[in-house]
Design a protein around this ligand. Sequence first.
Ligand SMILES: [Zn+2]
Length: 74
Amino acid sequence: MFDNVEIGIPCPKCGHKTQKTIAWIKANDTFSCDGCAAVIHLEHDELLRGLGEVDKSFDDLKRKIRDLSKSFKL
Ligand SMILES: [Zn+2]
């Protein structure tokens, strides 16, 4: 569900943030920096771990909304 979300990947060399979508990151191992053209290896595990946490809290939120709507019906 976050595939179309753009995130800025900071370049370790110049600090420039390159905007890429989650779908793009999942499909690619490396990217070249828009700022200095350095080729950077993507740490998928690290990036996607952060996203997984967002996903989890979204699930919690959906569950809470569902519980809430149940109590409205009563
Ligand atoms: Zn750079």
